[in-house]
Design a protein around this ligand. Structure first.
Ligand SMILES: Cc1cc2nc3c(=O)[nH]c(=O)nc-3n(C[C@H](O)[C@H](O)[C@H](O)COP(=O)(O)OP(=O)(O)OC[C@H]3O[C@@H](n4cnc5c(N)ncnc54)[C@H](O)[C@@H]3O)c2cc1C
Length: 431
């Protein structure tokens, strides 16, 4: 005979997910005087935040609003509302309150003085514990039971919790080994919450190099280059930056910045073409003239190095896209150097991406981030349907939405309303 797990009632707020969004929700709700229990599936909180610190934690960006808001594309208006409550300056002041000074780098990106995440996270978790936030690690949320209680897989067996309000801050689906695996998608959909499928964002793309090129150049940087591409309306765009050759294609900050456009073009048209200018400092006519000079018995590679300043992976890319006779023609070579076509076949899998697009549709919630279909349940962070390039925008929006959801959950609790009762399952989907 199996014994049904007992349900514990919590008078305060259950926050599920101990990333930046959940921790921020916990902080503000606790400051509002509410009891806060934070549940985390892994054995410790903030694992993705710590990994973000490995590359030199880029907390936020120094550019002023509204340019900052524009980084969120079609979600800019909604996210501007979150940022009104907690913007880049507020984030820097908050970090300062934890004893972490920040600085603006030459690119405008904002980093902690030591560029590390661990000291900030350690200090923050200590302060949260001291303020009375109760942490329950190794508590993996499994959705709701038929009475609307939260179900958790815990070391001592399944636990059920009925809370006054709930904040879900479960992250997206990238780097699932760090805890955010997107398993929540069908559970929310089962309660009638509209969820856009998670997709890779800030990701690399497959091209399909020759074995020879991949073997010789995987890991090689391409810098500087200018990417040229057309948006869905046919408008031309250009952006200078850096990318990296991978075994199967390309990745790196320049590609990440374009990843939403490229991913959507592939979904629409089956592939996307990106043109790279491999020699941004040289104009086409000069290149053509220089490359038309006699090779005097020198190899093509040596000729490219001397006349166009191209070597390594950049020079080999010309061999990837041109036939042998074309490599002999100065005009073709020059044009290709200024507009090397790369055909992107598919985005790398979500598990490898820096972040996720898709998630809980903002249309499925009110401005306080409470789910219309599940009153008393709020959502925050990367699990919501927005995306942004790297540059500190991701963390800023996670903190800002966590703050909004935490404050709103505390206000909901104070108003004396309670969570919805038993669940009415959506036909065909188990809650
Ligand atoms: C390699 C890398 C580098 C990055 N660098 C930067 C950077 O420099 N700047 C920047 O702005 N952004 C960066 N990001 C993105 C940033 O880290 C994320 O956007 C951010 O961590 C998302 O915060 P979140 O709180 O929404 O989710 P997460 O940080 O993913 O936290 C969600 C938490 O919920 C827990 N969880 C999930 N499901 C369950 C469940 N069922 N039950 C219980 N707990 C659960 C997870 O274990 C996790 O702890 C980087 C990401 C990666 C992968």
């Amino acid at each position: 005979m199996t014994i049904a797990p007992t349900t514990t009632s919590l008078p305060g707020i259950a926050i599920i997910g101990g990333g930046p969004a959940g921790l921020m929700a916990a902080e503000v709700a606790r400051s509002a005087g509410v009891q806060v229990d934070l549940f985390e599936g892994k054995g410790s909180v903030g694992r993705k935040f710590l990994i973000a610190g490995k590359g030199g934690l880029n907390l936020t960006h120094g550019e002023p609003r509204p340019q900052f808001d524009a980084r969120f594309g079609e979600r800019r208006e909604a996210i501007a509302g979150w940022l009104d409550g907690f913007d880049a300056d507020a984030l820097r002041a908050w970090a300062g309150g934890l004893g972490i000074d920040t600085y603006i780098g030459s690119s405008g990106r904002v980093f902690p003085g030591d560029r590390k995440a661990a000291p900030l996270l350690r200090g923050w978790v200590r302060r949260l514990r001291e303020s009375g936030v109760r942490f329950h690690v190794q508590h993996r949320w499994l959705g709701w039971d038929e009475a609307g209680a939260l179900r958790f897989a815990a070391p001592e067996g399944e636990q059920r919790v009925q809370a006054g309000a709930t904040v879900l801050a479960l992250g997206g689906g990238s780097w699932p080994q760090l805890g955010s695996d997107g398993a929540w998608q069908p559970w929310l959909a089962g309660r009638g919450v509209e969820v856009a499928p998670l997709q890779p964002s800030n990701c690399g793309f497959d091209i399909g190099w020759s074995a020879h090129f991949a073997e010789r150049h995987a890991g090689a940087p391409l810098k500087p280059v200018v990417a040229h591409w057309q948006d869905a309306s046919g408008m031309e765009h250009a952006l200078q930056g850096e990318c990296v050759v991978t075994q199967t294609g390309i990745e790196g900050s320049l590609v990440y910045a374009l990843s939403a456009t490229l991913r959507d073009a592939i979904a629409r048209e089956g592939q996307a073409t990106l043109h790279l200018d491999l020699a941004p400092g040289r104009d086409l006519d000069r290149l053509r003239r220089d490359l038309a000079k006699s090779r005097a018995g020198r190899s093509i590679s040596e000729h490219l190095r001397r006349q166009a300043g191209l070597l390594g992976a950049k020079a080999s890319l010309l061999h990837e896209v041109l036939e042998k006779p074309q490599l002999q023609d100065a005009g073709t070579l020059a044009r290709t150097i200024k507009r090397l076509p790369l055909v992107l076949r598919r985005a790398r899998p979500l598990a490898e991406a820096i972040s996720s697009a898709g998630g809980v549709r903002l249309e499925a919630m009110d401005a306080s981030l409470m789910l219309d279909a599940v009153p008393g349940t709020f959502c925050a962070g990367e699990m919501l349907d927005w995306e942004a390039p790297t540059g500190g925008y991701l963390l800023t929006a996670c903190f800002a939405s966590g703050r909004r959801a935490g404050l709103a959950a505390a206000a909901w609790l104070a108003s004396g309303r309670i969570e919805a009762g038993p669940i009415e399952a959506t036909p065909g989907v188990s809650p």
